[in-house]
Design a protein around this ligand. Structure first.
Ligand code: SF4
Length: 504
């Protein structure tokens, strides 16, 4: 049996061919030095890798080297073992594994729809445009999840329209009472051990030595680093929060960053959990009468719909996709954003988002898309630099996740390959979907003047800059026409030019 080289995002049992297979784990300090990295993310990656080595004991060799290639050479010379790997998750890592003679590379694992299945689906579409909904339905049929007699359970594929509710008044925080929220049980606490203490000491030392640069806050580890912790997190989510997941999945609450979200993305992306296993857990809870169908379906859609779709698009669009910049956005990320300086920002939505990312290395998907990404596209920030920022700042960020999500979904830098219009909004959307605006310095309805909401003004300034591009886009034409009704458009233009890259 070959020795299985497990990358740091392939840590669950499903990456081994059988339980006793010998393992190679590689810890490369150089991999942490490529760019400034959120401290919580660096800690989680290192902790998970070392915990896996400790769990496997003599079954695993944990090799600490400068590069992956050094580790492979060392282990092959020392053991004489044949080495195999499941295909890694980035273009760069696949180039590496492709250039290592003798390494057997098996198909990737950890996704409900593999690359061959995606290619077969594409063939069946014979030239029709990509559509996540069709991909998702195909996956539901193939995997037999939420299906009854060949039909979708409940005779509906999609509960999206039920799942876009704003927060209810009793969830919103006001004035003194900033901590309102959904009042759901928090994810189970994970307990740090000696491995975590050593990880913290090592990161401090590497940082002092100038080998790595960390951003963001430190604190007791919040995300699972072992399979046992990840399973406990899944079970607690399905029991405590999944029944409430769904209606408010697009809502944002200043005092409740978790709401009913699963927080399982770090465990899925480390390979500690398999998405199909999580989808089955949600379906079982629905069939046991413990979870409404809309909630189970909404969560399952995120797993075998969006997550698998993004994974496959990363490969489908090719290695050069990351360099796309259809809107010619070239502004550098300002330091206050790059360094997560929440206090420099008066706009409450943006300040809250930066604070969440700084303190937790996490913010849920709508905060990423409609606050952080929305601000970036309005300001014309460089999509490549922004992709790197999301990758480095989020504990669940990986190349395959962030390239399609930022280049395609959030910044429209692919010119519409992935999403037919930019995800862009003014303050009215944020006001409807959150409790941010009530206590903000700005007013969501103001377009000009001292209280002009930077999102509202930025929205119109973006449409103005790109009006010719979007005038004939069926999903944007109405908004572009709206520019003609703005008596104060010249003022908006000047005001936003003067705002420049200053923190709003
Ligand atoms: Fe954000 Fe504008 Fe609302 Fe302030 S008023 S929280 S800047 S959307």
């Amino acid at each position: 049996m070959s020795r299985r080289w497990l990358f740091a995002d392939q840590l669950g049992p499903h990456f081994l061919d059988e339980p006793g297979q010998p393992v190679l784990l590689v810890e490369s300090r150089a991999a942490f030095a490529r760019r400034p990295l959120h401290r919580r993310k660096a800690h989680l990656l290192l902790s998970a890798l070392r915990h896996r080595a400790a769990e496997l004991g003599d079954q695993a060799l944990l090799v600490r080297t400068r590069t992956y290639r050094d580790a492979v050479d060392q282990v092959t010379a020392r053991t004489g073992d044949e080495l195999s790997a499941c295909a890694p998750t980035s273009w760069a890592a696949r180039r590496l594994t492709g250039n290592l003679p003798g390494l057997i590379v098996r198909p990737a694992r950890g996704f409900g729809t593999g690359e061959e299945e995606f290619a077969a689906w594409m063939d069946r579409r014979s030239g029709h445009t990509l559509l996540m909904e069709d991909f998702y339905r195909d996956a539901r049929r193939r995997l037999g999840i939420l299906m009854d007699g060949g039909q979708p359970t409940g005779d509906r594929w999609n509960f999206d329209t039920d799942n876009r509710e704003p927060p209810t008044p009793d969830m919103k925080g006001h004035g003194q009472d900033q901590r309102q929220g959904m009042s759901l049980p928090a994810p189970p606490a994970v307990h740090e051990d000696d491995i975590d203490l050593q990880v913290r000491r090592d990161l401090d030392e590497w940082q002092r030595a100038g080998d790595i640069r960390l951003i963001g806050g430190d604190g007791p580890r919040e995300f699972p680093a072992t399979r046992a912790e990840a399973r406990a997190a899944l079970e607690a989510f399905v029991r405590d929060r999944l029944p409430h997941f769904g209606p408010q999945q697009d809502a944002m609450l200043a005092g409740d960053p978790v709401m009913a979200h699963s927080l399982l993305s770090t465990s899925l992306n480390l390979g500690l959990l398999d998405p199909v296993e999580c989808a089955h857990a949600a379906e079982d809870a629905y069939r046991a009468g413990k979870v409404p169908l809309a909630s189970a379906e909404g969560f399952i859609r995120q797993l075998i719909g969006w997550r698998d779709y993004v994974w496959n698009l990363y490969w489908h669009f090719g290695e050069d996709y990351r360099h796309r910049n259809a809107l010619d956005a070239g502004a550098r990320l300002p330091a206050w954003f790059a360094e997560l300086d929440a206090e420099a920002v008066r706009a409450r939505c943006l300040s809250t988002a930066l604070d969440q990312v700084r303190e937790h290395g996490y913010a849920h998907h709508i905060i990423r898309l409609m606050v952080l990404g929305n601000y970036a596209i309005q300001r014309g920030w460089d999509p490549q630099e922004l992709t790197g920022w999301f990758h480095a700042s989020f504990a669940d960020g990986y190349d395959w996740v962030m390239v399609p999500n930022v280049i395609g979904m959030s910044q429209h830098a692919d010119g519409g390959l992935m999403a037919s219009k930019p995800y862009l909004s003014g303050g009215a959307y944020i006001n409807r979907m959150s409790d941010y605006c009530g206590d903000c310095h700005y007013r969501p309805s103001d377009r000009v003047g001292p209280r002009a909401c930077p999102f509202t003004a930025g929205y119109w300034a973006f449409l103005d800059r790109h009006s010719s591009r979007f005038a004939h886009n069926p999903r944007m034409a109405r908004q572009v026409k709206g520019l003609a009704r703005l008596a104060d458009l010249a003022e908006v233009r000047d005001q936003e030019r003067d705002r420049g890259q200053d923190p709003p």
